[in-house]
Design a binder for this molecule. Sequence first.
Ligand code: FES
Length: 153
Amino acid sequence: LSRGYHENVISHYENPRNVGSLPKGDLDVGTGLVGAPACGDVMKLQIRVDENGIISEVKFKTFGCGSAIASSSYLTERVKGLSLEDAGKVKNTEIAKELCLPPVKLHCSMLAEDAIRSAIRDYRSKRTQAADSKQTGFVDVTQNSSAGEMAHA
Ligand code: FES
């Protein structure tokens, strides 16, 4: 890292928090995998959600620049303990401000914002799919196609 980087970035870069992976197949795990078109860097962020809808665990792997690593490390600490709704509201501008990222590095914090949103989306779609497949066990959709739809309401 060159001079001029804020110490918050350096701390998260040199000592990134929550690096690693969660088992992608687990029903309570959401995986976000996003890339930055500007530079080709890639970030994977995973959340584990408890029965109350609170993020209990967060892991990331970032193949990218120091600012992207720092942004994802910061984000893991920021969203742990939050509801999915609150976690989805964390903005890249907050990350950039917290880490004092220079304007050319704003897209790195954007990657972190995209990653948490994508992880939340993945978690939600998994739960919906699981609920749907449970329902088909009870509802014969070929006999009564409206029954399945009503069950969604
Ligand atoms: Fe692309 Fe940082 S330079 S994510």
